[in-house]
Write a protein that binds this ligand. Structure first.
Ligand SMILES: Cc1ncc(C[n+]2csc(CCOP(=O)(O)OP(=O)(O)O)c2C)c(N)n1
Ligand SMILES: [Mg+2]
Length: 579
């Protein structure tokens, strides 16, 4: 290699891009490079050779994994990261992760190259490979337009920084979400005067409080209710909201129900916690009896076909995204709706309450009621997680994991038909210790675990996934990356030999049809792949298949020891009952 000092430095559009990321405190660039990126590869190398800072580049052999890493990183840290992909086809290869970051409202900055727009040497970076003609598509941004909060094309290197800060400002302002910028090679190659722009001029918009009038009415109703219940799914994205919610629950005596929780929203051992609900086709008793329901940050507070509040219940809704404008069919029968930041709204409610005289006997009666519900739930869960002879249940595996982890361990849950079993039995209590993808495109678990571990290297990360979701996660890429970037975590595959969810979906619609009686409905992987062997081959992971009930707990303990002491991934392939 030539010594760096013997080469002249140039300042290009790509140089401005790298500087903008550093100045915006983006620490990681999850990258999958192609023919559209020579300017960026060169600018990174020049910066490194001349002692300038660059984000840590994480080479991602698969784009879906790249975007998912950025999702996991932002979910646990609240900080957006950047993803770099190849033109139209790399954009498409981010696949369902695009749906996940959009639905989960995760801030992330995605860059893609675009086919060069000159072909006769008019500008540096013009076309010189056959694929440049094949990658020139009419509407590259249209691939993900339905999902981005902001998308645009960078047309000159001269205002790349401003455009990046604008994209980040939009992505980071509530409701948060992904932003996509694309640029042709000529833009990255363009030599420009060094650009100095202050990123602090593009701060996210300030948090939205609850309006005073709404606050007074809501607090009056909360105090007057006999059975007030709060339903929430994602307020726990902000740990402060969890603390304020606990304060409110204790002050007034309110039951807390999580519905399809994306984050930990409330400590599961709190006496006001009445549990969580997912796809279970049953009426939740706390929801049925509530006379006041306060929905806080939720996309699906209940599934009205079989589970909803009573007709007399008064419903309030506070959400950072209450209208769900990105969801064509959405409504709940709320009497009052507010767009507000839940941590701020809860703080306002608590402040107002502290100036009021509250009837202690009413608080005691409500609290006692929810405590009773809470204790009945705990007893039920304890019964369900007892080991069964001859079969490993999801409840039992999850209980084994719970007994082997500490309270700061981060749980990555992509258990699908075992989502609820995992959430119920893992027993998390602290904010930002339990996550799901917040959406439905499978395969989030592996990349999310890497992203979380990169953001919080000191934490133990435990990924609990369905066997199908493990395959969707591209474990070959994930485990190569996990070893290469030293992000060890434990994966437990809830192996029921296939996709149980489509079978459940079919039975819910056609309980007595042909498919309900068929021996094979094309959703089984039998015999399955060697799931842990894939991780061992790809990233040297500790690999173990567990088929006996009495082996589960010791296997979890051994695998966690490997993760903690050898700093190596471990994958336990635990065989549950067949589908
Ligand atoms: C990318 C993507 N493809 C397909 C689906 C449809 N789908 C939903 S659940 C599921 C099966 C999941 O299997 P597994 O992870 O083993 O969980 P199980 O259903 O067995 O509990 C499928 C294929 C989806 N949600 N996302
Ligand atoms: Mg399965």
């Amino acid at each position: 290699m030539t010594a760096p000092q013997s080469q002249p430095s140039v300042y290009t559009g790509a140089s401005a891009l790298i500087e903008a990321l550093v100045d915006a405190r983006i620490s990681h660039l999850f990258a999958n490079f192609g023919s559209d990126h020579p300017g960026i590869v060169e600018a990174l190398a020049q910066a490194r050779a001349t002692g300038k800072p660059v984000p840590k580049v994480i080479t991602c052999p698969n784009e879906m994994v790249a975007l998912t890493c950025a999702q996991g990183f932002a979910q646990i840290s609240g900080r957006p990261q950047a993803v770099l992909v190849h033109v139209d086809c790399g954009t498409q290869a981010m696949a369902g992760a695009i749906h996940n970051v959009a639905k989960c409202r995760v801030p992330v900055l995605i860059f893609a190259g675009a086919s060069p727009y000159t072909q006769e040497g008019e500008l540096p970076g013009g076309r010189n490979e056959f694929i440049h003609w094949l990658q020139d598509v009419p509407d590259q941004r249209g691939i993900l337009r339905g999902y981005m909060k902001y998308e645009n094309e960078l047309r000159t290197g001269r205002n790349i920084k401003q455009m990046i800060y604008r994209a980040l400002q939009i992505a980071s302002s509530d409701p948060q979400g992904p932003a996509y910028l694309m640029a042709a090679r000529e833009v990255f190659e363009e030599e420009i005067p060094a650009v100095a722009v202050d990123p602090s001029r593009w701060q996210p918009i300030g948090v939205l409080p609850l309006p005073e009038a709404g606050l007074a009415e809501l607090v009056d109703n909360l105090l007057a209710a006999r059975r007030p219940l709060i339903v929430t799914s994602y307020l726990g994205r902000n740990p402060e909201a969890v603390v304020e919610l606990a304060r409110l629950a204790e002050r007034v005596g309110v039951g807390i129900l999580e519905s399809v929780p994306t984050y930990l929203n409330f400590p599961s051992d709190h006496p006001c916690y009445v549990g969580q609900q997912g796809n279970e086709h049953v009426q939740n008793p706390s929801l049925a009896e509530a006379d006041l329901v306060l929905v806080l940050d939720s996309d699906v507070p209940w599934i009205p076909l079989f589970n909803k509040p009573g007709d007399e219940a008064k419903i309030f809704h506070i959400d950072i995204d209450p209208l769900k404008e990105r969801t064509p069919l959405w409504y709940i029968p709320a009497a009052q709706v507010f767009r507000a930041d839940c941590a701020t709204a809860l703080r306002q409610i608590n402040e107002r309450l502290s100036g009021l005289k509250i009837d202690p006997s009413a608080v005691a009666a409500r609290t006692a009621h929810y405590k009773q519900r809470h204790e009945a739930r705990v007893a039920d869960l304890t019964r369900r997680e007892q080991p069964q002879a001859g079969v490993i249940t999801a409840e039992y595996v999850t209980a084994c994991v719970r007994r082997q982890i500490d309270r700061d361990t981060v749980i990555v849950n992509e258990g699908i038909t075992n989502y609820s079993a995992i959430t119920n039995h893992i027993g998390c209590t602290r904010p930002r210790t339990r996550f799901t993808s917040g959406a439905s495109s499978l395969g989030w678990n592996g990349g999310a675990s890497i992203g979380i571990k990169l953001a919080c290297p000191e934490k133990t990360v435990v990924c609990l996934t369905g066997d199908g979701s493990y395959m969707f996660s591209v474990p070959s890429s994930v485990h190569w990356m996990a070893r290469n970037y030293q992000t060890p975590f434990l994966t437990v595959v809830y192996n029921n030999r296939g996709w149980r969810a489509p079978k459940f979906s079919m039975l819910a619609v056609h309980p007595d049809g042909y498919a309900s009686k068929a021996r094979d409905i094309d959703v089984a992987f039998d015999p399955p792949p060697d799931y842990s062997g894939i991780a061992a081959a790809s990233g040297g992971a500790f690999a173990r298949i567990v088929k006996r009930v009495d082996e589960v707990e010791s296997a979890v303990a051994e695998a966690l020891k490997v993760v903690r002491e050898e700093k190596r991934c471990a994958v336990l392939d635990v065989w549950l009952a067949h589908l």
